[in-house]
Design a protein around this ligand. Structure first.
Ligand code: ACO
Length: 349
């Protein structure tokens, strides 16, 4: 059975840099508060009308495809991870297929938020291992700037997120020492409402007894989306930050150790850990818990904020471009996010 390897990787971030200071024009916040709690100094926001989650994914995909030494015509499957799709439906996979003029190949959208890219990579890995496909494009892309509450009311969430995209091309390899060694996927829906965007949705208060937040009290005929939801700002993401933090610092190390143990390695064997860029404090906590040196962990949340499904491929791409990941290196990708879901992938570059 062949393994899959990353044959090409690319990233795209919009040109528009938004500093913490820039955000103080819209909400009561400060550079000091944001940096101290999250490590973030700036993020990128997509062009309001010319860029979408799909167009950014296309830019990253073009680079990944070129670096893999193939053309868009060679891609035989698309897996697209995002929580900020261009449309509620259809998904971004088909929009990317159209934009890149690809053949009538399969296109799958993955909705696993911050773990989306690692989940998508795992799905693609299975298709390569089974021999079904030879060139799979895996994309993570987000345009958060269109769906955040930029008033003081939404500041605990809106300061954290940024826009961008990353992509890889997966191909089979017969070299058993290289490529994706294993992937590990987990979920616990018990606290699904702790980090969520409830509306628009079909819940109609069905889960209201969970009591995590006030749900829209909608009339029949406008249960999916109502004026009231908008008037009450219930169309924005909700996050109980401290609860997310507590769970993340347990599940991140757990799923990294799981990947290492499965393959007979220890944290000290890792050349590079690419954690989902949730929050610099979370990454530092994980680093400390695993006893990793600074040069074993890659962080770029300072410059891009949290780009959810795009954060792992953007960080992986930058680490590789900077020469911090070389051929033969043991690399672990790990993510935790809304759901909760968490996941890891161990690979030999
Ligand atoms: N600027 C200034 N003040 C703020 C801001 C802001 N942007 N946001 C919240 N505050 C205020 C609050 O109103 C509160 O004020 P009060 O004490 O007067 O009521 C105070 O700061 C503390 O609020 P908390 O929400 O308790 O802030 P906390 O110290 O927990 O920090 C944070 C918030 C950064 C979100 C933290 O909880 C955290 O890191 N959680 C992890 C969640 C995370 O990283 N999520 C990323 C996305 S999810 C993911 O990728 C896994």
């Amino acid at each position: 059975m062949p393994r899959s390897k990353i044959a090409g990787i690319g990233m795209y971030v919009p040109a528009n840099v938004v500093t913490n200071q820039d955000l103080t024009r819209y909400m009561d916040t400060s550079d000091e508060w944001i940096q101290e709690r999250t490590g973030i100094q700036q993020r990128r926001y997509a062009h309001r009308t010319e860029e979408t989650t799909t167009t950014m994914g296309v830019e990253a995909a073009r680079i990944a495809i070129e670096r893999a030494g193939i053309t868009a015509n060679d891609i035989d499957f698309i897996v697209f991870a995002t929580l900020s799709p261009d449309y509620y439906f259809p998904g971004c996979g088909v929009l990317l297929q159209r934009a890149m003029k690809m053949k009538e190949i399969g296109a799958l959208d993955v909705r696993n938020q911050c773990s989306g890219f690692v989940y998508a990579l795992s799905v693609a890995d299975q298709f390569i291992r089974s021999g079904m496909y030879k060139n799979i494009l895996v994309v993570g892309s987000e345009k958060h700037s269109f769906g955040l509450d930029f008033s003081t009311r939404g500041r605990n969430v809106s300061v954290i997120f940024g826009d961008g995209a990353g992509a890889v091309v997966l191909q089979p390899t017969e070299d058993t020492n290289r490529g994706i060694l294993s992937t590990h996927l987990h979920s616990d829906g018990e606290a699904a409402e702790i980090l969520a965007m409830y509306n628009p949705g079909t819940h109609a208060n069905h889960w209201a007894d969970k009591n995590y937040a006030s749900f829209a009290d909608a009339e029949i005929g406008e249960m999916f989306m109502s004026h009231e939801m908008i008037d009450n700002a219930q169309n924005f993401p909700f996050m109980d930050g401290p609860s997310v933090f507590k769970k993340a610092v347990v599940k991140f190390p757990e799923v990294i150790v799981e990947a290492l143990q499965k393959n007979g390695y220890q944290p000290s064997d890792l050349q590079m850990l690419i954690p989902h860029q949730a929050n610099l404090r979370i990454s530092q906590f994980v680093q400390q818990k695993l006893g990793l040196r600074d040069d074993q962990v890659y962080n770029n949340i300072q410059r891009y904020g949290n780009t959810t499904a795009a954060s792992v491929p953007i960080a992986l791409c930058e680490a590789w471009q900077e020469g911090r990941i070389k051929e033969g290196d043991l690399v672990c990708l790990a993510a935790f996010g809304s759901g909760f879901t968490w996941a890891s992938a161990l690979l030999r570059w």
